[in-house]
Design a protein around this ligand. Structure first.
Ligand code: ZN
Length: 103
């Protein structure tokens, strides 16, 4: 029996914690970044460090459910509403819907 497996698990947990803390500081989810860093230690932690600061992003409000979203979001993650970029004129729904493959 060897303790290498346990050692490796401890190292992974450390990476997970570090990634989670970095993610949390940047205004993202601790759990998400913990899992990412735990599953892919080096890449996950590096990604968490390089990840842009979410709490410094420009934000906007969904016209349908009033939830605050990222400015660059094209679709509301909460209610699924399609979003126009704020300074773009609102076009008729018919022209916006599209996106269906022409059969
Ligand atoms: Zn919404």
């Amino acid at each position: 029996m060897s303790g290498y497996g346990m050692d490796f698990l401890v190292i992974l947990l450390c990476f997970g914690l570090a990634g989670g803390i970095v993610g949390r500081i940047k205004g993202s989810s601790f759990t998400v970044w913990f899992l990412i860093s735990f599953c892919v230690p080096f890449i996950g932690l590096a990604t968490a460090v390089l990840y842009r600061f979410e709490n410094q992003e420009l934000r906007r409000q969904c016209p349908d459910c009033q939830r605050v979203l990222k400015l660059h979001d094209a679709v509301c993650m909460h209610c699924g509403a399609e979003l126009e970029f704020p300074d773009v004129a609102i076009s008729p729904t018919a022209t916006v819907v599209a996106r269906k493959p022409t059969a």
